[in-house]
Design a protein. Sequence first.
Lengths: 467, 90
Amino acid sequence: MQRSIVIIGAGPAGMAAAIEAVRRGCRVTVIDEGPRPGGQIYRQPHPALHGEDFAEPSELARKHRLIDGFQAVIDRIDYRAEANVYAVFPNGEIHLAQGDRTEVLRPDAMIIATGVREQAIPFPGWTIPGVMFAGGAQSILKAQRVLPGRNVVVAGCGPLPRVVAAQILRAGGSVAALASLRSLRAMLRYPRSLWCGRDILREGLRYEWTVLRARVPQFTGYVPVRAIGGERLEAVALARIDAEDRIVSGSEREIACDLLAINYGFVANSELAAMTGAEMRRDPVIGGWVAVTDAFGRTSVPGVFVAGDSAGLRGALVAECDGTIVGAAAAVPSTAVDGAALKTNLAATMARRTRHLEFQQAVRATLRLPDGIWRIVTDDTLVCRCENVRFGEIREALESGHRSLNAIKRNVRSGMGWCGGRTCLHAIASLAEAATGQAPAEMMTPRPMARPVPFAAIARQKRAAAE
Amino acid sequence: MPSEFQFTFEGKPVAAREGQSVAAALIAAGERCLRVDEAGNAKGVVCGIGFCWECRCSIDGVPDIRACMTPARPGMIVRRQRGLDGCSDR
């Protein structure tokens, strides 16, 4: 009988997995939140929105090659755009909401390819309109063709803020400052990684050149410590972090801007994987809690696979290889995964994956946050934006012995609002680690609903006939 | 749908292009504050991709609609939500 596979997410990993599973004769369903395939990194603008991309041509070529491959098989896929998975269960059930109804699927295997979201470090004033995630600002530019700000400060760590600064410049915006927690020179300690990632590096250097040519004031070792404004952002105060991770007094520089775009790395969208009961581990550099997976994306729960960044940040190129490998593994009975045939069959993809993964060594060096960075979170800082919980309340809960995210949530409501903790929980885990010397042992227990769904849609639930 | 059209935000006309989100059109129009929360804090677009829910506003009388995930349509009536008042629009 034809194997049924449900893939959650249509980014690089999800698309590649779908292509491979279709090629191997499976009945494939792809569920994606977006209106068009591509995920975040390969986000496609609405076809009516003509305009420039401000990205490197080689990046666009990669994006279109994969999307074209997906489009070529889309007729053979049950493709659900603008659909949300709000619950998964250890028995393999997937509950999704689409339009005004919900549906339950029970495939032979599920591939979770839900990617990552951006990580913020809260600081005083970060709730003022005009403070955005850098990738979010980029999505307004690349998918909406709108300049997210006229006079922008970009800040954070890793490569993304620099790319966003360059793209804003190319779109005609002005960048008042580029603040980097640390220099990207940290990457030079990994020459082998850089050689493996030389194509990506070349793109990065072109963005770097855009920033240099525009003579953007650069502040290395600086982070935003205060956003200033009321109904809209007016300025940001940057301060220097010294070698002991302390904010250097007197180093504050106030810079006028109408947009502050921040990115401190990424958090894995691993809530669905955790909901299946899969074994999880925590590594802040690759996205916090991620499912423990083997070389084929298998989790500790039979039939549940994770592919791409949601299994740990590794970038679009690894994610695409991952998708192919996991798609192939999910397409065969689990006994065949361990056989020599599949490994031989996937040897080229696995070698390519290893090479792209090698480059991530260098990238990770730029994403490692010093412990002291959490000192920019003052007692008055709103950490949980949905429920207006300040760090002082969280600190008191920690001092009273509430060390798990579940206990902190029960005491101060952090993580109970509209976003379900997706904006603040990773920061709270790191704040708890910085304050007590020990990270919470587990993520906040993810439960349905992973996304808000109207009761009326649950009342209109369709269940597939037993398979 | 015309390729360029208008909707209103707090009664003021806002220009949009077909395929743009409400959030993008509002940002292009210079609007930053899309909501005032229960504690009185002004809120705007933050994640831009739908996970933070900060940009939710009232659209055609329905509260709590994410501006960043909603395509702009001609004649749409978009309002700034204030605290829990958005609910009384229903």
